[in-house]
Design a protein around this ligand. Structure first.
Ligand SMILES: NC(=O)c1ccc[n+]([C@@H]2O[C@H](COP(=O)([O-])OP(=O)(O)OC[C@H]3O[C@@H](n4cnc5c(N)ncnc54)[C@H](OP(=O)(O)O)[C@@H]3O)[C@@H](O)[C@H]2O)c1
Length: 286
């Protein structure tokens, strides 16, 4: 399989590139300077040159609060960028796999979100990811939109395990505080990457939720990280979102648990519980 990965130096991208290359795929992961998805010309030129079988679009502004304060950057990369990538995929006959987010939902649902729940984003980031889903699906018929959540890996964007391991390195008995009024499903990059490749190989179209199993609050998840790092769960105090200092610019959904309905019903890959891959990630970060 000849694969073009945008955002291939990021958290998901770095491991996806390594995983696919190790399985014999021909993988091209241009850095932003070579193919900025915001440039239609650059995207059409490179895709036309490479003629990949599959494009995995991971390029995104993922700083949720930064998107809130600089919305044009979010629209440019997260939405217009997807329009360009979708156009190129359609024009040069590549299968498009686009990564989306649990933040397309507002969190007011009782229970987990299924693929067919209406999107109701709260933040600029969430609105940009919801708009990007339409760009991918309308711009490139047959595209896959994979919604994941609470992604944790060793490369790229910052995440809760990385932050906690860094803080505990300085002071192993340090007290931490995490919110207990936001619930979601952590997804370890180690689990996500093989599933992305499998779905790409089978060219499965449409919206697919793709997370590890096990709904938790950030407080419970932070406790699991601290315990995996050799500390005690008592080190992590629970607070509410309203108590965060400073308050975050972007609102977050209180419940962003995604039910992996399509994968369950269609016999797709199950990513399993997050706890074992989390332990491996914490050891790697340490
Ligand atoms: N992180 C999460 O918790 C989470 C949750 C749900 C869904 N997702 C989605 O999963 C995907 C991958 O996320 P991630 O965690 O791997 O993010 P990440 O670590 O922030 O990586 C994003 C990558 O996109 C690149 N990029 C940014 N703007 C670009 C542009 N204009 N043109 C080309 N490349 C650009 C970045 O390059 P630079 O290094 O040059 O900036 C970086 O390599 C994203 O679509 C994200 O929305 C993430």
């Amino acid at each position: 399989m000849k694969l073009l990965v945008t955002g291939g130096r990021g958290q998901v991208g770095a491991e996806l590139v390594a995983f696919c290359a190790a399985r014999g795929d021909e993988v091209v992961a241009p850095e932003r300077a070579r193919m900025d998805v915001a440039s239609r010309d650059a995207v059409l030129a490179l895709v036309g040159d490479l003629r990949p079988d599959v494009i995995v679009n991971l390029a995104a502004r993922t700083d949720v609060d930064g998107c809130e304060t600089h919305p044009d950057g979010a629209w440019l990369t997260n939405v217009l960028g997807v329009r360009h990538v979708a156009e190129a995929a359609r024009r040069f006959d590549a299968h498009l796999v686009h990564l989306s987010s649990d933040y397309v939902f507002d969190g007011s649902k009782k229970g987990a979100y299924v693929e067919w729940d209406e999107v109701t984003p709260l933040s600029v980031y969430g609105r940009s990811k919801a708009a990007a889903e339409r760009e991918a699906l309308w711009g490139c018929p047959g595209a896959a939109v994979l919604r994941t959540s609470w992604v944790c890996g060793a490369a790229g964007a910052s995440n809760v395990p990385k932050t906690i391991v860094r803080l505990l390195r300085d002071d192993p008995t340090r007290e931490l505080a995490f919110v207990d009024d936001q619930i979601g499903q952590p997804t370890l990059v180690e689990s996500l990457v093989p599933a992305i490749r499998q779905l790409a190989v089978h060219r499965r179209p449409g919206i697919v939720h793709i997370t590890n199993e096990g709904p938790v609050s950030w407080h419970e998840f932070a406790q699991a990280v601290v315990v995996a790092a050799g500390g005690s769960a008592d080190q992590v105090r629970s607070i509410t979102t309203a108590e965060l200092v400073p308050a975050r610019p972007a609102p977050r959904p209180a419940n962003s648990v995604l039910d992996n309905t399509v994968l369950r019903l269609a016999g797709g890959p199950s990513l399993g519980h997050w706890s074992e891959p989390l332990s491996r990630l914490v050891k790697e970060l340490q």
